[in-house]
Design a binder for this molecule. Structure first.
Ligand code: CAA
Length: 295
């Protein structure tokens, strides 16, 4: 299923999030252009997409034909010009406001004026990116969740100038990707991180206060509440530096203690213990199939 008015999708960034978004767009049937800054990142991102598609084929969720169709609809590039004919461009580059503003200002001159621009930011202010462009009525947030191919949600974020029909179209587009879209407004963290981030930070505070160990707190939330991952497993999965960064942005926006990163989180980030990606966070991931709690 595709959506009227959206024939071609552009994605900026082919990391974990951008690659996942490009994958679901191409799987849904959209010709999709994904732009990276260098060939090596593109190669790595495409390998991730192929691996994920392979897992879907293995478990019978996709046929081999659907996989090759999906790959055939995906075009990797390092040129902004290749996004010119896209009807929607979703940005999933580094979480740096200045870099995002520069990028949006650049593509505003290249991509057709009727196209919708969307940012996948998890906490930066959409309005601040929007003002780098002239399409203030056609600018939204589309916040996907990690791992994008599996998580069903997308938050669709409207600003005070987003046109109603753009939001409606984005909601339909989200559904066409096989996701469940929810509407929210441009407040740092939107709906999910507004609730999730204080919970994750509180888990670190509980650990600091000796309420329980990493293993017991994780077991508590997994087995007592049915969460798929305990807070420390999730922190290691999302990345400690990512959570720390989001928390600081939310603290700056709301000035509320519940968004303030606890000292232990800051120390781990400073020490380079970012979680799964660095092999160490609240768990030691030397054996990825069997992470060992460290605290
Ligand atoms: N592509 C395709 N398949 C994948 C995949 C991917 N990227 N990742 C995992 N899978 C598959 C696995 O191969 C496995 O398949 P089988 O069932 O056939 O074995 C299946 O998915 C389940 O994976 P696992 O057995 O490894 O683990 P799991 O059962 O715990 O499920 C999970 C994994 C879906 C990630 C689940 O643990 C979960 O929902 N965790 C919570 C994730 C979460 O909260 N994400 C949001 C993070 S916050 C965020 O993203 C927002 C932000 O701004 C920070």
């Amino acid at each position: 299923m595709t959506v009227d008015g959206i024939q071609k999708v552009g994605v900026l960034g082919c990391g974990l999030m951008g690659g996942g978004i490009a994958q679901v767009a191409a799987t849904a049937g959209y010709p999709t252009v994904v732009k990276e800054v260098a060939d090596e990142f593109l190669k790595k991102g495409m390998a991730g997409i192929e691996k994920s598609l392979g897992r879907f084929v293995e478990k019978g969720a996709l046929t081999a034909e659907q996989r090759s169709g999906t790959l055939g609809r995906l075009e990797g590039t390092t040129n902004f010009e290749d996004l010119a004919e896209c009807d929607i461009v979703i940005e999933a580059i580094t979480e740096n406001l200045e870099v995002k503003r520069e990028t949006f200002a650049k593509i505003d001159k290249i991509v057709k004026p009727s196209a919708i621009f969307a940012s996948n930011t998890s906490s930066l202010v959409i309005t601040e990116m929007m003002t780098a462009t002239k399409r203030v009525d056609r600018f939204i947030g589309m916040h996907f969740f990690n791992p994008v191919p599996l998580m069903k949600l997308v938050e669709v974020v409207g600003t005070i100038t987003t046109a109603r029909e753009v939001l409606d179209q984005a909601m339909k587009f989200g559904s066409s990707l096989g996701k469940v879209p929810i509407r929210t407004s441009d407040r740092s963290g939107f709906i999910v991180n507004r609730l999730l981030v204080p919970y994750l930070l509180d888990a670190v505070r509980a650990l600091e206060e000796g309420v329980g160990s990493v293993e017991d707190i994780d077991k508590g939330m997994k087995l007592g509440c049915g969460y798929p991952m305990g807070p420390f497993t999730l922190l290691d999965f999302v990345g400690l530096e990512t959570t720390y960064y989001i928390a600081n942005i939310m603290f700056e926006e709301f000035r509320e203690k519940r968004f303030a990163p606890p000292p232990l989180l800051k120390r781990l980030v400073l020490a380079g213990h970012h979680g799964k990606k660095t092999g160490r966070g609240f768990y030691d991931h030397s054996d990825p199939a069997n992470p060992k709690p460290l605290y």
